[in-house]
Design a protein around this ligand. Sequence first.
Ligand SMILES: *Cc1c(COP(=O)(O)O)cnc(C)c1O
Length: 344
Amino acid sequence: MNPSDFRSDTVTRPTPEMRKAMAEAEVGDDVIGFDPTVQKLEALAAETMGKEAGLFCPSGTMGNSIAVKAWTQELQEVIVESRSHIFNLESTHLTFISRVTPRPLPSRRGAMDPAEVEHFVKKPNVHTPQTTLICLENTHNNWGGAVVPLENFKAIREVAVRHGLRVHLDGARIFNASTASGVPVRGYADEVDSVMFCLSKGLSAPIGSMLVGPKEFIEYGRRIRKALGGGMRQVGVIAAAGLLALTRMTGRLAEDHRRARRLAEALSALPGIVLNPAEVETNIIIFKFEHPGLTVPSLLSELEKRGIRALAAPGGVGIRMVTHKDVDDADVDAAIGAFRDILG
Ligand SMILES: *Cc1c(COP(=O)(O)O)cnc(C)c1O
C-alpha cells in the first residue's frame, strides 16, 4: 500500500499528460541559443503575470536568489518578513550571494505593517546600509499557507514608491493565494516589480520555477542564472511539463484547499492538537502539538506506521501537512482515521 504523503505539495508527480509532453517536447540548446519550448513557457509566464519577460529557473530558491541579486548591491538592506522562506529556508543567499543585510520584520499572518516597513526604510548613511528592496511572500508558507491581502500589497507598494524601493514577491504558491482570495494573480503581480512562482509544487511539474519582471531585469537575471550554474541545455524537456502546469493545473487548487480545511476541522477536535481550522485558507496546515504522552517525532512515527506521512513544522513544536494533487478524499479519510487511532 502506498503511504498517503502529506509532507509537501513538492511531492506531486507529473501527470501522464506531462510525461507525454516531455517525451515529445521540441528542444534546443537554451544556453548557446534558445529552446523553443522554454521560450514559450517564459512568454506565457510573463503574460500571465502581466510582466515584460520571464526566466525559467531550476528552483524557486534560485529564482529568488537571482531577483535579490539583480535588484540590490552590497552595502544595501532588504526588508523581509521574519518567518519568510527567503529569510529562513534558502541557505542565506541574501548574505552569501547578494551580500546584503536582511531586515526581518514581524507580521500579522504574513502581512507586515506598512508603517513599520516605512519606519525601517533607511537612507544611505555612513552608519547603516541603504534599504533598496522589500520582499513579500504569498501564500505565506510558515504562516500555514495564509493569504496576504491585496490591500497589504497596495499599502506596502505605496511605501516602496515613496522611497524609491523595489518590491519582489516570493509567489511560490501565488496561484493558491489567487484561488483562495479570488484576486487574479496579476492583481498581486501589478503591485510588485518581480515575481517568482513555482511550477513544481501544487501545479505538479517535476522541476522548475519562473521569475518574471521587466525586460532588463530578466536579461540581467539570465546572466546571473548562468553564473550560478543554472543555465540548462535541452531544458524544453522539463519546460513542456511547466507549460501544462500553468495551463491545466491552476484550476484544481480549490480541491486541495477544501481537503485541507476538512482535515483541519477533524484534527482540531483531537487532544493535543492546537489548531484553528478557520485559519487554514489554502493547502497548508500547521498545528502545534502539546500532548502529555507523545512528542512530535513519536507522533510522526506513529503516523508513518499507519501509512501517513507528515513533517515536523519549523521549530519542531508542531506538524505540517499539505494537500495536493496526489492526495485524494480517501487519503484525507485515512489521515483522519490514523490521528483518531493514535490520539482519540
Ligand atoms: C518552496 C518555496 C520556495 C523555493 O522553492 P524551491 O524550488 O524548493 O527552491 C520559495 N518560497 C516559498 C514560499 C516556498 O514554499
